[in-house]
Write a protein that binds this ligand. Sequence first.
Ligand code: FES
Length: 175
Amino acid sequence: MKRPDDVPAWREDFPYESEGDDHVTRRDFARFLVLLSGGLAAGNAVVYLRSRRPPEEPHARREIARVRDLAPGSAVAFRYPDEATPALLIRRADGELVAFEQKCTHLGCPVSYEREGGEGEGECLRCYCHNGRFDVASGEGTSGPPRDLRPLGRIALEVEDGRVFAVGRPPRRGS
Ligand code: FES
């Protein structure tokens, strides 16, 4: 049989019609709506369940050191609020007590207390991984990668009868 002139030659090899390929049946559309509704309902259920979670427990008050055991310009490591979170209690050169989480806000290496330039000079919290430094008073990054990041997590302290207690973690800038 001779092919009509207005039909291209490839049509004889591939005689399939593409009309209707994009046609969406009512059944497909209904299935899509059911799936979409199910997804939205599941999302709402997750949000609802999360909102019903009890508020975070206030952090426990934990004794971490005695003031007389801490010489000015020294630091002692402890863990707070749980055993997985290392922290540093520092008695600054001027006698002030401060405490911070020990995890560097850059990539998580431990920071250590350091007195720069020897006796009587400045002091900082230093991360040796990428030579980052933090201010001892505020926990803010002062040089290296941490300079543009969040400050170290601070731990609130109370002193009672010469004993130092960790009493909580105030929210930090950027959290
Ligand atoms: Fe502390 Fe990079 S991990 S500066």
